[in-house]
Design a protein around this ligand. Structure first.
Ligand code: FER
Length: 292
């Protein structure tokens, strides 16, 4: 891992409770676990994250698109599954990174291409395209220094995703371009983005996941006013590590969903705010996306 990424991970796990200026929500807080803060899935089986010879492999391609929102040409990392052809339309997962990351973060943290090649070979996930864009919608989308300073650009990204990223993917790849075949998920800042944008646009996304969601997550009643708002969702996924000082954000939303009677996955592991959490969570999340 690069020293900068390493330093950020250390910061995120070691920081005391503190509110960055202008932050509307509590950030890092003392952890209070509840009765049902338990894993929904077992630890992954051996070999789950090892690249296998003798099975078909998909590919990762770094592509460029014109962002009218930002006014620049931006990058996104795209996984196409084994046997991808323009003749067969596939579902798409848009997968978003955290506050210190960029369009390469998921590849570095979790090797989604290895996880998916293995899952598809074993019939445990359906072939899908995975799009990993840069969720910091500003001209300098790889800024140096204090990453928290650039948090507002993660909210501008809603427009970039809807008006630039998705149309670029749908113009370039054979994709099933309806809500039933479009998923949105992400880690930390990307988790907050996914809940905010995904639940805010039920006409676009039927599958939504927030992993270790950050304080950019909207308040529960704004995300999901009542159970009728969830009627057409195929999957609502919330997960977090039990050693993550941001877990109160996911806990708040989970308990709101419970009181509203909204079905959702609640997966709490013994990890902290780190890559081992997200890699394992992605492994199980991908298996939930049946897209049928
Ligand atoms: C904050 C604490 C953490 C915050 C964002 C994060 C915007 C994001 C962490 C991550 O993406 O890993 O107060 O405010």
């Amino acid at each position: 891992m690069k020293p900068a990424a390493c330093a950020l991970l250390l910061m995120l796990t070691a920081l005391p409770a503190q509110e960055p200026p202008g932050q509307p929500r509590k950030a890092w807080s003392p952890i209070v676990l509840q009765e049902d803060d338990k894993p929904a899935f077992p630890p992954p089986p051996s070999g789950w994250d090892v690249r296998r010879d003798g099975i078909p492999h998909g590919r990762l391609t770094m592509i460029e698109y014109d962002s009218k929102t930002v006014g620049t040409r931006r990058h996104m990392n795209v996984y196409t599954p084994p046997g991808y052809t323009p003749e067969k339309k596939l579902p798409v997962l848009y997968l978003l990174h955290g506050i210190g990351g960029d369009e390469t973060e998921w590849q570095r943290f979790a090797q989604p291409e290895v996880l998916l090649d293995n899952l598809i070979a074993d019939g445990k996930a359906v072939p899908m395209i995975v799009v990993m864009p840069n969720g910091r919608a500003q001209k300098d989308d790889h800024p140096k220094g204090d990453v928290f300073k650039h948090a507002p650009a993660f909210s501008v990204f809603e427009k970039d995703l809807l008006q630039d990223v998705i149309p670029a993917i749908e113009a370039r790849y054979a994709v099933l371009a309806d809500r039933e075949h479009r998923a949105l998920a992400g880690l930390s800042m990307g988790g907050g983005q996914s809940l905010n944008f995904g639940l805010g646009h039920p006409e676009l996304f039927a599958w939504v996941g927030g992993f270790s969601s950050a304080p950019n997550t909207r308040k529960s009643a704004d995300l999901m006013p009542d159970a009728t708002a969830a009627k057409h969702l195929r999957l609502l996924w919330l997960s977090c590590g039990s050693r993550d000082g941001l877990i109160h954000i996911s806990q708040d939303f989970h308990s709101w969903l419970k009181t509203q009677g909204v079905p959702h996955v609640w997966h709490v592991t013994d990890h902290a705010h780190d890559a081992s959490e997200w890699k394992q969570v992605l492994y199980y999340f991908l298996q939930q996306l049946r897209f049928g």
